[in-house]
Design a binder for this molecule. Structure first.
Ligand code: BTN
Length: 322
């Protein structure tokens, strides 16, 4: 979105004269007009009122770094390095690049308005249109071994579910290992990627969260999905508020996990399990049974007649038997 600063001024829905917009942005009125035309070509509805100026008719939910930072507790604010971008290939890839350059000890967090090469789990693409959703990545560092990553993936699911509940979303579900579900469809996904090798007991991880906020149609998404605005249209959703809640909740949960391990998270995960008591099967048909929650390490348990079979994240994907 090239005209982001202009849209920031118009976002209040009031009439703004070309002259005042030009003065605020330090450009000519002709340049303002060109940006207005471009924004209209990109699909925004802008009214031109002769002799008065311009009024934005499309409701905008712009990302704003200051608003996101204001939504965080003061200690958290100073513990992170937040970057908000208009466009990037993938916020996960951006965290990897930024980490190579910066060693200031703060947690790098990157949010983008759109991604040109958004990545999903299992090598899938993650549809990332502009102005609609949340694409957020954090660079996390742990002391320990790769074995902790299975638990981490579920901890992140719990943290995102709790962040949504904090901003008033009811009945958030988790689909093992960490898809976030609302009203029976996928609302958000989490991609955990390792950065580099295990060095002196330190593991570096990039955790990327994609959440549908305003999206109403999406070509190329191959599973049932929902957005916050689609499921809960009576509320006006603000990406900055949701982003702050997610950052706060994820970093709080990650601190707890690093200090105390997975123990506390088992019940918090289990209470949101959408597979519990459902007839399930593994994606290749190699296993079928009833959903029985998770064990102390985050493996999923399937009751098959007389035994409980353990399934490890990453090895098998599960779905409800139709
Ligand atoms: C999934 O397949 O369910 C995981 C999707 C994760 C998407 C997010 S969007 C922000 C971050 N950047 C990426 O390229 N992917 C993750």
């Amino acid at each position: 979105m090239k005209s982001r600063a202009l849209l920031g001024l118009l976002a209040d829905g009031q009439v703004h004269s070309g002259e005042s917009l030009a003065a605020s942005l330090g450009i000519s009125r002709t340049a303002i007009w060109k940006q207005i035309r471009r924004a209209m070509d990109e699909g925004l509805r802008i009214e031109t009122i002769r002799g008065k100026g311009y009024r934005l008719l499309t409701e905008m939910d712009l990302l704003d770094q200051n608003q996101i930072l204001e939504g965080l507790n003061a200690p958290r604010r100073s513990a992170i390095e937040l970057t908000v971008l208009d466009e990037v290939d993938s916020t996960n890839a951006e965290i990897v690049r930024r980490r190579r350059e910066s060693v200031n000890g703060r947690v790098p967090v990157c949010i983008a308005d759109c991604q040109t090469a958004g990545r999903g789990r299992r090598g899938r693409q993650w549809q990332s249109p502009p102005g609609q959703n949340l694409y957020l990545s954090l660079g996390l560092t742990f002391r320990g071994s790769f074995a902790m990553l299975d638990g981490l993936s579920l901890v992140l699911g719990v943290a995102v579910a709790e962040a949504l509940e904090q901003v008033g979303v009811p009945e958030v579900g988790l689909k093992w290992p960490n898809d976030i579900f609302l009203a029976g469809s996928k609302l958000a996904g989490i991609l955990v990627e390792l950065q580099g090798e295990l060095e002196e007991g330190v593991v570096q991880v990039v955790a990327g969260i994609g959440m549908n906020i305003h999206m109403t149609d999406a070509a190329g998404v191959d599973q049932a999905w929902v957005s916050l605005a689609g499921a809960l249209p009576e509320r006006r959703w603000c990406r900055n508020e949701v982003a702050a809640s997610v950052i706060e909740s994820v970093l709080g949960a990650v601190d707890d996990f690093a200090r105390k391990g997975f123990g506390d998270f088992r019940e918090r995960w289990q209470s949101r399990d959408i597979f519990a008591g459902q007839e399930l099967m593994a994606s290749q048909g190699e296993l079928a049974g009833t959903g029985h929650g998770i064990d102390h390490s985050g493996n999923y348990l399937i009751a098959t007649g007389d035994e409980l079979v353990k399934v490890r994240a990453g090895e098998i994907s599960l779905r409800v038997r139709s």
